[in-house]
Design a protein around this ligand. Structure first.
Ligand SMILES: *[C@@H]1O[C@H](CO)[C@@H](O)[C@H](O)[C@H]1NC(C)=O
Ligand SMILES: *[C@@H]1O[C@H](CO)[C@@H](O)[C@H](O)[C@H]1NC(C)=O
Ligand SMILES: *[C@@H]1O[C@H](CO)[C@@H](O)[C@H](O)[C@H]1NC(C)=O
Ligand SMILES: *[C@@H]1O[C@H](CO)[C@@H](O)[C@H](O)[C@H]1NC(C)=O
Ligand SMILES: *[C@@H]1O[C@H](CO)[C@@H](O)[C@H](O)[C@H]1NC(C)=O
Length: 492
């Protein structure tokens, strides 16, 4: 039945013929007939589409308000003003920890609040210093808890941030009041995800004991994590009921994870967030950073200062000086050899350079030196990555240099200088080879700034070249970092 009706529609149409000017009256009728065929075609297609969708809408529909919100938020690249930070603080910790906030917060562009447990005395931050504005958490005492009531309050920062209803928020970024964020890198990383989808992005703890105790699948809060707007919108609907279901949990971040899990959204792991569940000296991790942009540092007050002869705050300031001129390159590792002298040189840009008076393989140089312990039990491991022990032989230990000067060269180049520090590691090797390496007092590193698209491409470590091939005359070594050639390897 329908077959006979639809048959004429199958007749092929020739557009050129159809719209040619009719020469005779009979042609005109032919044209009219063909137009009729088009109408017939369009009508049957739209009928088919309509019936397909009307069956669907019985069990699946788009509410109007949702699609409108999506189109408002949809367009343009993500920038810093699309992020809303929610930091967990207390009136007791914030006055001291706000010093970290001051180092990365930009009042003109960064949006967000530190959420405090009660209203502070008037001067919560140091006088004359711009820092993160605060909010006081709403009452959280009605929720069940077992070990930590404050974890309930902190978990609810996601919800309270959402409820502020601020415009154009694409990502809710959670952290602690002692988390240092590297916002340029965070923005580029988040911009690479579709903020109109439900995302939960963060990182694990470095200490296996922490991951087994809490979960490998959750984002640890101190390292910071990001929740996209659409995920937050669904999360807030179930959150308070969910909190009571997981009242036995210890941490706030674990509660958020459990509730996100109920929505079926897994953690998207992103390297570069540093919960820093470690003790001692973070040097090993920072000098062999994974090939990913630096996004955050945490627990810095619990660790030895990153730079010798500096407080931890001064250390972050030092790192920030380099970060500001080439944010994408901060801590990125490159290594090269002086084959004649049998030296291995490894650079963590903007932080440190090490010289080994021996040839180490790429595999060794990219493995963090074990200069730290686990968080809970202060053990030598295990960690969620491999480590290598510091050699007990002084001649196998590196000579370390730390960032001293940062210069921009033109618009696109940088020159960083690293100064030798004996204090950090022993350096009591007596061989002539080692003494020659020890004679190097400072190292100058030249490089081009990493381009905006750098982290969108397949990751590859950059190469370096030691410019002083012959004898080191003036106790200063010059190194150039550059892209590796396609075939280039780092081979002893
Ligand atoms: C961020 O992007 C929005 C458009 O989505 C624009 O209006 C705003 O000025 C941008 N902000 C910054 C700091 O670039
Ligand atoms: C913020 O903007 C104002 C005016 O545009 C400017 O004077 C001030 O230096 C900026 N502050 C920072 C920290 O960039
Ligand atoms: C708090 O700030 C006010 C005005 O800015 C100042 O007069 C007062 O001395 C400050 N108090 C403390 C304890 O810093
Ligand atoms: C602030 O923290 C530093 C450690 O970073 C500590 O040395 C100092 O005593 C603290 N100050 C106060 C007032 O708690
Ligand atoms: C350590 O810092 C002090 C003061 O900032 C400075 O006088 C001293 O020379 C530094 N020591 C070294 C080894 O750089």
């Amino acid at each position: 039945m329908s077959r006979t009706r639809s048959e004429p529609c199958h007749e092929p149409l020739k557009a050129s013929k159809l719209f040619a000017f009719p020469e005779k009256l009979s042609d005109f009728f032919v044209l009219l007939m063909r137009l009729g065929l088009i109408v017939c075609l369009v009508a049957s297609i739209s009928l088919a589409l309509h019936s397909a969708f009307s069956t669907r809408t019985r069990w699946f529909s788009f509410p109007d308000h949702l699609s409108r919100n999506v189109s408002d938020r949809k367009f343009g690249p993500t920038n810093i003003s699309h992020l809303l930070f929610g930091l967990a603080g207390t009136v007791h910790t914030w006055p001291n920890r706000s010093r970290y906030g001051e180092l990365w917060w930009d009042t003109n562009t960064t949006r967000g609040f530190v959420w405090l447990d009660e209203k502070p005395e008037e001067n919560v931050s140091r006088q004359g210093v711009v820092s993160v504005p605060y909010r006081v958490s709403e009452d959280w005492s009605r929720f069940k808890y077992l070990s930590s009531q404050s974890a309930v309050r902190i978990a609810r920062i996601v919800l309270e941030s959402y409820k502020l209803g601020l415009p154009n928020v694409r990502w809710f970024v959670m952290g602690d009041d002692d988390t240092v964020f590297f916002t340029d890198n965070l923005v580029s990383v988040l911009a690479s995800y579709d903020h109109n989808q439900m995302y939960y992005i963060g990182g694990s703890s470095e200490s296996v004991e922490q991951d087994t105790l809490h979960s490998y699948d959750m984002a640890f809060g101190g390292g910071g994590f990001a929740i996209s707007f659409p995920l937050a919108a669904q999360l807030v609907k179930v959150f308070d009921g969910c909190l009571d279901r997981y009242y036995t949990f210890y941490g706030s971040d674990q509660r958020v994870w459990a509730c996100v899990s109920e929505l079926g959204v897994p953690l998207t792991k992103q390297r570069g967030f540093h919960q820093f569940d470690i003790r001692g000296d973070p040097f090993g991790i920072l000098s062999a950073h994974p090939l990913a942009p630096l996004l955050s540092l945490h627990h810095l007050d619990n660790l030895e200062p990153m730079f010798p002869n500096q407080t931890q705050i001064e250390s972050v300031e030092s790192l920030m000086r380099a970060y500001r001129i080439d944010p994408r390159r901060i801590l990125q590792q490159s290594f090269c050899y002086n084959h004649r002298r049998k030296w291995s040189v490894t650079i963590a840009w903007g932080y440190t350079v090490q010289i080994y008076a021996s040839l180490l393989t790429a595999k060794d140089l990219q493995t963090p030196l074990l200069t730290f312990k686990t968080w809970r039990s202060w053990s030598d491991g295990p960690f969620t990555f491999n480590t290598r022990p510091m050699s007990s032989d002084p001649c196998g230990q590196p000579i370390t240099y730390f960032l001293d000067k940062v210069q921009e060269v033109g618009r696109s180049g940088t020159l960083t200088t690293y100064k030798r520090f004996v204090a950090k590691i022993g350096n009591s090797c007596g061989t002539a080879d080692y003494a020659r390496a020890m004679a190097v007092q400072s190292i100058k590193v030249a490089s081009l700034k990493m381009d905006l698209e750098h982290w969108r491409k397949a990751p590859r470590r950059q190469c370096c070249e030691i410019m002083d091939r012959g004898t080191v005359k003036d106790s200063s070594l010059r190194i150039r970092i550059r892209k590796c050639r396609p075939w280039e390897t780092i081979t002893i």
